[in-house]
Design a protein around this ligand. Structure first.
Ligand SMILES: Nc1ncnc2c1ncn2[C@@H]1O[C@H](COP(=O)(O)OP(=O)(O)OP(=O)(O)O)[C@@H](O)[C@H]1O
Ligand SMILES: [Mg+2]
Length: 282
């Protein structure tokens, strides 16, 4: 098995419109493969807290296949259920190969900013055990920026469990860190405030988001304070939101008001990091 450490170099700047088009295309590829593609295929596996996402892109970087698997194999960036994670990735790999009619041998995966060498190695072992043989590794905020292409800005990935923040200036990654706090913590707030279970809170967030936005305000403000702390000295930079947790109406404006900064949201934001991981794959 070959391990490739990826550089932090930012790809050429893409316009917000181009990013949105790529994300909408990726969303349309969930469980529905492209009929044709350009050149080689590249596979990314996002081992998230809430979901595992396998994304395949072609040489143009556009998605040809996307599939997700709900697995609680990771917590706080740590692989807590290795067997479940391997089984999830193996299933995602097999289904992608069946849909596309090709064998996917190589892949990239990403680890949260604060995860050390040992835990990031565990992510790599998951892919290796699932049958991939050449594996590229990068941090998930740099992966998100492979999709967004931000040269000067703060890229913020608010996932199921954590808020990862990367500061990019002149196309270089200048600061990288994360804090606890994501969609799961928002579920806890909704459950506590409304006297319902956490799974019911998760369902409510999806089915009638307008009923939870007021209750979630303190949770969003906490995310804003994490972003403020992790971008000290870089207050002039715009904030770009990746990850699923803030895909609720008005979250970007709540953050913008609290931070006093421009905040950019993107459609299907939970696909930003998975798409970027695939674009980083060998
Ligand atoms: N439409 C939606 N509205 C609100 N929240 C959503 C929506 N879709 C997903 N989420 C939330 O997004 C979270 C999952 O986001 P994402 O897939 O980015 O996380 P992850 O990558 O699995 O986690 P992490 O990066 O923290 O390990 C879940 O907590 C879920 O509640
Ligand atoms: Mg994630």
């Amino acid at each position: 098995m070959t391990v490739i450490e990826m550089s932090d170099a930012t790809p050429p700047e893409a316009s917000g419109g181009q990013v949105a088009v790529s994300l909408r295309r990726a969303h349309s590829r969930i469980g529905l493969q492209a009929e044709s593609w350009s050149g080689q295929l590249h596979t990314g596996v996002d081992l998230g807290t809430a979901t595992c996402v396998l994304t395949v892109v072609d040489d143009t970087g556009e998605a040809v296949w996307v599939d997700t698997n709900a697995t609680a194999a990771l917590r706080d960036g740590v692989v807590v259920d290795f067997t479940a994670a391997v089984a999830a990735v193996r299933t995602l790999k097999r289904d992608a190969e069946a849909a596309l009619g090709v064998e996917l041998e190589h892949a990239a995966t990403a680890y949260p900013p604060c995860v050390g060498e040992a835990d990031s190695r565990a992510c790599r072992f998951v892919l290796e055990s699932a049958g991939f043989d050449q594996i590229a590794m990068l941090d998930e905020v740099s992966a998100a920026n492979r999709t967004l292409g931000i040269r000067d800005g703060a890229v913020v990935d608010v996932g199921g469990g954590s808020t990862g923040v990367g500061v990019f200036s002149g196309g270089e990654l200048r600061a990288l860190d994360d804090r606890a706090g994501g969609g799961y913590h928002l579920d806890l707030i909704v459950a506590g405030a409304m006297g319902i279970s956490v799974p019911e809170a998760e369902r409510l967030k999806h089915e009638s988001p307008e009923t939870v936005t007021t209750v979630l305000r303190p949770g969003i403000e906490r995310v804003a304070e994490s972003i403020r702390d992790l971008t000290t000295g870089w207050e002039a930079l715009d904030v770009h939101l990746a990850g699923g947790a803030l895909m609720l109406p008005g979250m970007d404006s709540t953050l913008a008001a609290r931070l006093g900064r421009s905040v950019h949201a993107y459609p299907h934001a939970l696909l930003i990091t998975p798409l970027g991981i695939a674009r980083s794959a060998p």
